[in-house]
Design a binder for this molecule. Sequence first.
Ligand code: NAD
Length: 312
Amino acid sequence: MLGLGLIGGSIMRAAKAAGREVFGYNRSVEGAHAAVADGFDASTDLTDTLTRAADSDALIVLAVPMPALPGLLAHVRDVAPNCPLTDVTSVKTAVLREIDAAGLLHRFVGGHPMAGTADSGWAAGYAGLFTRAPWVVSVDDHVDPEVWTLVMTLALDCGALVVPAKSDEHDAAAAAISHLPHLLAEALAVAAGEVPLAFALAAGSFRDGTRVAGTAPDLVRAMCEGNCTQLLPAVDRVIELLSRARDSLASHNSLAELVDAGHAARTRYDSFPRSDIFTVVIGAENWREELAAAGRAGGVIRSALPSLDSRR
Ligand code: NAD
């Protein structure tokens, strides 16, 4: 585990609780010491950690913010270039580019656990963070079946539901359901903060609508700016919806169009079907396309799929 913050620290706890051997690196001494004090195998020596990973052919999990990736990947390439590799970053296409630039694509399968809190650091993590949460595992054209199986198994061991997706489709969806909510929360907090008395009266709607504005600004910027290509059209769409609602409010005193459409969409989400994916065999012909299509249709993997090798 490279990076023992909220996500890396939670994976470390969940993986150990599932009976896996797990060891990690953290840049800050405080974080590493806190992990050791809690009984975990953690170090501030990156070369030593990567050498151990190379010697044991460990699955390396990159659990650092996007801007820290290039530096870390240079070390991985130098010390453990053949280890299976995954990440937890909330953007997938930009990470793929960095991995490719570092020459590490052959053993990489991207991941994104869709769980989190507004807190950060080792102390914020807990083993149950991923319980029943979707964990995207990328099925891009290059992915290796053996590494895919390793990443799927890690996510399942952490209690997550695996959602297979192509990186670009993940990024378009993440822009809509994660990055856009971050921007809307920031805007809502700013707008309310300019109104005298607003904070004194604020209750549930304000708290829920601005919760993610409590996230560390550098993390929000890293994930939103890292997904610029997909976020821009999502922002344009919200501006269009709001400006039509504004015009309608001004001219007819009516918000019917936006409110009715929003309520209908939210109701569809509440009854969105989740089916189990169990027929795909990892490594069989067209397995990546079949998994991407199943993920798109709402399918999740709840228990490990067979792979071609394991069926021989
Ligand atoms: P965090 O701040 O809790 O932890 C970040 C970790 O990265 C720390 O261990 C820190 O020491 C390390 N780090 C930072 N810069 C570094 C550098 N230059 N070199 C080496 N290590 C460095 O953050 P987090 O929430 O665990 O986020 C980590 C990753 O998880 C990010 O890529 C984020 O996109 C992703 N993610 C976050 C959430 C969330 O809700 N917070 C959810 C899903 C995925």
